[in-house]
Design a protein around this ligand. Structure first.
Ligand SMILES: [Zn+2]
Ligand SMILES: [Zn+2]
Length: 662
């Protein structure tokens, strides 16, 4: 059998599974750090370990906690600040604020499917004596808010198990976990946790470890150099983000720290233009007089008096349109276009459609989300369901009164986004949704899937603008119209090209998007209602961001009480394309309470992670089962990398369910 472990010192080993697990051995007993995965037991057997006495976790991510059965009598220690995400994670799955209108992402993706038993919690400076070793806990937030590092002093050396703060010299496992708000919500906080990450790495550096052992990644024997290289790399990546960020228009203070040292103080926020070399912020210009703007809605008034409306995020907008009618400024609304799926653009669509029974049109990719929002768990998602009369594909044109409308798939602010060119009355107006401000591009939320590369993401959008040369660009949140010069578009394209390089260098992947696109593997539908005895369909979708074909394997993991194992399925995905794997999952014919609670019903015993007991969250008469999906990509196991939610309805009427809630 292939050896999957290395020895760091007389007593200390590391098992290299889909994550690294630290093994502190004393004869046949062991203390483990980040025990996870189904290959760890073979290493333990090979080392002659028969008793796992103590398990420590660096942070709450499912991929580094799940898959290894925790022995009943082992002590289990976790960071105090993240305790609830280990021992009461059902609260997360139960809580609507973690399901809809998502603007905050902490805690974020990769929550445990079910709670584990916790015996100890640690704060800064906690000491653990075990065998020949002494351990010290350092609070090292960044990758998650509660992340800790375990320093192990053993065999005259000091090792730092640092979680996912660093992957290797100069690299990170991914950056979407660093999405964190500074002055606003996490939504605007691209790389927002980088200062915390930096301070945490500096704290580890000060402890002078001989080696860094990350959860994902490789053992680093030159910690100083590894950290320096990462911080330099990260700073460069951040700089290439700020250089063309639309946020400089909305929240100039957000980037105040980017002012060069010695810059004149006392400048007005509105004058802020960032570091030298960053794209200057454009002046706006007045929109044509036949447009109206309220909320996130733009409205075009035709010579006929008819109105063309874009987006409807609030009932207030409906009232204002009715007022236009009352005032005789418009006759009726005859067409409605939806720019993208974000809640502040779609929340009031059902009410709008009741009030103004006109034709509703949107891009085919946007349509996927707004007709079935339950199928997605993405930023700013609204539960409002829209009725559509027509979906458009790239370049579809039609006439609306004196205007020619041309629709485009426009993966700007989000992947699920359209753009609309409106030509007439001697102007060429491009309605870009939320994709640009006068300061640049709106790519501040990694959950929005702003892909880098040719013909995708903002590259595609900027090339289109370069080609169409609109006289006016519009953003749903910005009153003035604006435009970009050819030189500015060129600068943005060059910055994106530079980003492609520096972000690719930041990750251990062969292409930047794996580390940046939180949804490169996703379940569709994310959430669906199921009934006992039915067979449900679940599709695991995978975006191959590489230039070569890739194989991917997926396996949904069902609750043990279902007595059903789904075999893993493999597929090959062409370069730069989406692939998918379909599963038919039989839901057992049994009482719903038994299906969702399984063996975890009675006073919760030791929940054995490896046994997938799936205790469940209940809300509003619904019960939810979290189905983790194990993924292997390009022969690299990723553990329980994604999840889907099965919702059982009707528990309100089921006394068994109610009683079982303890
Ligand atoms: Zn992690
Ligand atoms: Zn938006």
């Amino acid at each position: 059998m292939k050896t999957r472990f290395s020895q760091l010192s007389h007593h200390l080993y590391v098992h290299h599974g889909h994550v690294n697990t630290g093994i502190l051995r004393d004869g046949n007993r062991a203390l483990l750090i980040d025990a996870s995965g189904n290959t760890l037991h073979t290493t333990l057997a090979e080392l002659g370990i028969t008793t796992v006495e103590h398990i420590l976790f660096t942070h709450h991510h499912r991929d580094s906690v799940s898959g290894f059965p925790i022995p009943d009598d082992a002590r289990v220690g976790v960071p105090a600040k993240g305790r609830e995400w280990f021992s009461h994670v059902e609260a997360f799955w139960h809580e609507p604020k973690y399901r809809w209108h998502l603007y905050n992402y902490r805690p974020h993706n990769l929550m445990l499917a079910n709670s584990i038993r916790v015996t100890d919690t640690y704060t800064e400076g906690a000491q653990i004596a075990w065998g020949a070793a002494s351990l010290t806990v350092l609070e090292t937030p960044g990758h998650t808010d509660e992340s800790v590092t375990y320093l192990i002093d053993v065999d005259d050396k000091r090792f730092a198990f640092c979680g996912d703060l660093i992957y290797d010299e100069g690299t990170l496992w991914e950056l979407y976990s660093l999405q964190k708000g500074q002055q606003t919500s996490d939504y605007h906080g691209f790389l927002g946790a980088r200062n915390e990450l930096t301070e945490s790495l500096e704290k580890i550096r000060c402890a002078s470890p001989t080696a860094l052992i990350p959860t994902h990644g490789v053992v680093m024997n030159t910690p100083d150099r590894a950290i320096d290289t990462l911080l330099k790399q990260l700073e460069h990546c951040y700089d290439k983000y700020v250089a063309i960020s639309a946020l400089r228009y909305y929240f100039p203070k957000l980037f105040a720290e980017s002012l060069p040292e010695g810059a004149p103080t006392g400048r007005e926020d509105t004058e802020f233009e960032g570091r030298a070399g960053h794209m200057p912020i454009r002046e706006g210009k007045p929109p044509p007089e036949f447009l109206r703007h309220f909320g996130t809605t733009w409205l075009i008034i035709s010579e006929t008096g008819e109105a063309f409306v874009m987006d409807c995020g609030s009932p207030h907008v409906i009232k204002q349109i009715q007022q236009l009618q009352t005032d005789g400024d418009i006759s009726e609304v005859t067409q409605f276009w939806v720019t993208h799926y974000h809640d502040d653009h779609v929340d009031a669509i059902p009410e709008f459609q009741e009030t103004f029974p006109c034709e509703t049109v949107t891009d085919a990719v946007v349509a996927q989300v707004i007709t079935n929002p339950s199928g997605f768990r993405i930023p700013c998602i609204s539960p409002a369901v829209a009725r559509l009369d027509r979906v458009t594909h790239d370049g579809d044109s039609w006439q609306w009164n004196e205007f020619t409308m041309t629709a485009y798939h426009f993966p700007g602010q989000t992947y699920y986004h359209g753009g609309l060119l409106v030509e007439g009355r001697s102007v060429r107006m491009f309605f870009a949704g939320d994709s640009f401000t006068m300061a640049g591009i709106d790519d501040y939320c990694s959950g929005n899937r702003n892909l880098l590369g040719k013909d995708v993401g903002y590259e595609k959008c900027l090339r289109l603008i370069q080609h169409l040369k609109p006289t006016h660009l519009f953003n749903c949140h910005v009153d003035p119209a604006f435009d970009f010069t050819d030189a500015e578009i060129q600068y943005m394209l060059e910055t994106l090209a530079e980003r492609e390089k520096c972000y690719t260098a930041l990750f251990p992947w062969d292409y930047a998007n794996y580390g940046m696109d939180e949804h490169w593997v996703r379940c569709y539908p994310y959430q669906q209602e199921v009934v006992p005895g039915a067979t449900v369909q679940l599709r695991v979708e995978i975006t191959n961001h590489s230039l070569e074909p890739r194989t991917a394997t997926a396996q949904p993991i069902l609750p043990a009480s279902w007595h059903t194992e789904i075999e893993h399925v493999e597929t090959t995905i062409p370069p730069k394309a989406d692939g998918h794997i379909n599963f038919s999952i039989p839901i057992p014919r049994a009482d719903v309470a038994n299906l969702v609670h399984g063996e975890a019903r009675s006073p919760r015993p030791t929940v054995k992670e490896g046994e997938q007991t799936h205790p469940i969250a209940e809300s509003e008469g619904q019960m939810r089962v979290v189905i983790p999906v194990d993924i292997t990509y390009n022969a690299r196991p990723l553990g329980q990398f994604r999840e889907a939610i099965f919702v059982f309805n009707g528990s309100r009427h089921n006394p068994l369910c109610r009683n079982s809630r303890s």
